[in-house]
Design a protein around this ligand. Structure first.
Ligand SMILES: [Ca+2]
Length: 173
């Protein structure tokens, strides 16, 4: 089912059609973002914190941007067990998303992901892509998936870029 979603802030969701995701509770604000790397090591321009700051950047900075490396990842640490039902990922606006945001796995579980390795946690959903500049990708888990960590990870070598991420789910197992 195709839906159109308008997000007004990081925690307010207005939808035009009724789907399961419309009923979601946002939990991304509970998490801390980490990443396998940061472009040019410039955390002040492209650190993982920008994926959770509630702001959509229209520039070529102030979003999360990694190096290019195998199995690049952005990881949310909820510091406690949560159950993830779905997520939305907002793309960079100004360039190059269709060459980069593809072959993306989303994993949820209790093992933190290691640099250069694919997550060992359960796959919530897989996005073949590619996405387009400025697009919001809405993804539903194949089944609600519990764990402390949610990892958005490329299953190939490339740059990973995330303007903003929203997660729907609930606290507790
Ligand atoms: Ca942001």
């Amino acid at each position: 089912m195709t839906t159109t979603t308008i997000r007004t802030t990081s925690t307010t969701l207005t939808t035009l059609t009724m789907t399961a995701q419309d009923q979601c509770t946002s939990i991304e604000h509970l998490a801390i973002a980490t990443a396998s790397s940061v472009q040019a090591n410039a955390i002040e321009n492209w650190g993982p914190q920008f994926a959770l700051d509630g702001v959509i950047s229209f520039n070529d900075w102030d979003f999360f941007h990694s190096h290019t490396e195998p199995y690049t990842w952005l990881q949310l640490d909820f510091t406690k067990i949560v159950t993830v039902e779905s997520l939305s990922v907002v793309m960079r606006y100004d360039c190059c998303v269709d060459d980069r945001f593809r072959s993306v796995g989303v994993y949820v579980g209790n093992q933190p992901t290691v640099v250069y390795y694919l997550s060992k946690n359960e796959q919530c959903v897989y996005f073949e892509g590619p996405a387009q500049n400025g697009e919001t990708i809405d993804l539903s888990c194949e089944a609600p998936t519990s764990g402390r960590y949610l990892t958005v990870q490329l299953t190939e070598q490339n740059f990973l870029m995330v303007n903003e991420i929203y997660v729907c789910g609930y606290k507790g197992i």
